[in-house]
Ligand binder design. Structure first.
Ligand code: AMP
Length: 179
């Protein structure tokens, strides 16, 4: 099964993706994790990615598609995956040929996202400055909301209230997937 997880930064995608992966026995892959790893590399690609990420902007569609396609062509993802953070733009949706069975949107308000991220005391990441987080929320509305609308029309969309308890969110998602 090929599952896509979408949500604003702080919505709990990584927590839910990891839980779902254990429950369903499907590998979990996060483009945010991939990019953060690349940003630590001392290569020109690494440096470019770091600058874009720390500014709270999206990596270009061309680079993102190339990297995601490279990962998904690996044997471990042949049968399925839980993909967190991709696709995030309509260009990515349309160029993505791997197939999607279900899109899960973890909905939280902008206010909650800001509160959660600014509340990660002491463990705030380099790309989590308030300005970067605000930019990311703007990008979400501008580029990713059209992605949600696209999948809604395809009839493979499930929205869950991401402000509930972790276990409640997880059980609602599983119920929808298994129905
Ligand atoms: P995330 O952890 O999903 O919030 O992603 C962290 C950062 O990685 C984002 O703010 C972007 O800079 C970059 N990123 C992750 N996924 C994508 C994507 N699908 N397209 C473009 N940039 C992305």
């Amino acid at each position: 099964m090929k599952i896509i997880l979408i949500g604003i930064q702080g919505s709990g995608k990584s927590t839910q993706g990891t839980l779902l992966s254990k429950e369903l026995g499907i590998p979990y892959l996060s483009t945010g994790h991939i990019f953060r790893k690349l940003a630590k590399e001392r290569s020109s690609l690494g440096r470019q990615i770091k600058v874009v990420m720390n500014a709270g902007l999206l990596i270009s569609d061309t680079k993102t598609l190339k990297i995601v396609n490279e990962y998904l062509s690996r044997p471990e993802y042949k049968k399925g995956y839980i993909l967190d953070g991709f696709p995030r733009t309509l260009v990515q949706v349309k160029a993505f040929k791997n197939g999607v069975d279900k899109v899960i949107y973890l909905k939280i308000s902008d206010k909650e996202a800001l509160w959660r991220i600014s509340g990660r005391d002491g463990e705030a990441r380099e790309d989590e400055t308030l300005m970067a987080v605000r930019k990311r929320i703007d990008s979400f509305h501008k580029f990713t909301v059209p992605v949600l609308d696209y999948y809604k029309k395809k009839g493979i969309f499930f929205e869950v209230d991401g402000e509930q308890q972790i276990e409640k969110i997880s059980s609602e998602i599983l119920k929808d997937i298994k129905k």
